[in-house]
Design a protein around this ligand. Structure first.
Ligand code: NAP
Length: 278
């Protein structure tokens, strides 16, 4: 996720997502130590990976490592790409019942032969740390306490650290997926923003961008949003991760926002390292 705050007629300020992530991890580590001190409890995170998708393997490894660094127990369960849906459901049922497991993450996407919805619905909503279970989705929409998907939570945490109170700001969320766009929009609504959700059928996206104080781009199209669409002083969160061929022929990662396109306020760099990864 890369983030830039445009500053009127000057260069943009890039928010250091890595620094914020390190602070958050330190806070989580402190909470874990306090649970251990006060209640002799060590939280356990189970991560389930089906198949051998290279990107998913990296994400799962990182989740395990970060859980251990925070002092939690980490349990990684790997199933073969041709594992049956029944095998996966049985594994989830076991993790639901296991008192040493407090959180369960099922790495998506799952292989095509597995019904993703059936798997997510079987998760104990209290252990559904990705916040994808319909009970958590419903609670988010109705403004109740719930587990929230991590990338949207990261977007709003970064915005609050950067801007403080978000009340009354005009926010544009580009993308309406269940894992990023919709939860970001609901979290911003909770912060009393005036929220617009744009998608592939939105007319005149450029005009929508120009009116926004906050733009969250979660599309998955390389450099689709141009820097000169952004209002001076607005804050942009670029959630997109797109692999494209670089000038040297090697592949590189770029976001959804072209910060280097001619703009009223140029950004010095298109990306900063991802602060929260799926
Ligand atoms: P997704 O499910 O493919 O959703 C993309 C959304 O973009 C859809 O709602 C789609 O609209 C909209 N869209 C497509 N073309 C558009 C256009 N021309 N104008 C406006 N909207 C358009 O993707 P996703 O899972 O939300 O992920 C979005 C991006 O974020 C991807 O690059 C993904 O890799 C990245 N991501 C990053 C993180 C992170 O932690 N950094 C986490 C998750 C995802 P329709 O609904 O009308 O089709």
């Amino acid at each position: 996720m890369s983030v830039a705050r445009t500053v009127a007629k000057a260069t943009a300020e890039i928010i250091d997502g890595k620094e914020v992530a390190a602070q958050l991890r330190a806070e989580v580590g402190e909470s874990v130590r306090s649970l251990q001190r006060q209640h002799s409890v060590t939280p356990g995170l189970a991560v389930v990976l089906v198949g051998d998708d290279p990107a998913s393997q990296v994400y799962v490894r990182n989740k395990g490592q970060q859980a251990r660094e925070a002092g939690m127990n980490s349990f990684i369960h790997r199933l073969a790409a041709d594992a049956s849906q029944e095998q996966l459901l049985a594994l989830i049922a076991g993790l639901n019942a296991d008192p040493s497991v407090n959180g369960i993450l099922v790495q998506l996407p799952l292989p095509r032969h597995i019904d993703e919805e059936a798997v997510l619905q079987l998760l104990d909503p209290r252990k559904d740390v990705d916040g994808f279970h319909p009970i958590n989705v419903g609670a988010l929409v109705t403004g109740q306490d719930c587990l929230v998907p991590c990338t949207p939570m990261g977007c709003v945490a970064l915005l609050k650290r950067q801007l403080g109170v978000l009340r009354g700001l005009r926010a544009l969320v580009i993308g309406r997926s269940n894992i990023v766009g919709k939860p970001v929009a609901h979290l911003l609504l909770r912060e009393d923003c005036t929220v617009t959700i744009a998608h592939s059928r939105t007319r005149n996206l450029e005009e929508e961008c120009r009116r926004a104080d906050i733009v969250v781009a979660a599309v998955g199209r390389a450099k689709m949003v141009k820097g000169n669409w952004i209002k001076p002083g607005a804050t942009v969160i670029d959630v997109g991760i797109n692999r494209v061929a670089g000038a040297d022929g090697k592949s590189q990662l770029v976001g959804d926002v072209d910060f280097e396109a001619p703009s009223r306020s140029r950004a010095p760099s298109p990306r900063c390292p991802a602060a929260w990864v799926p």
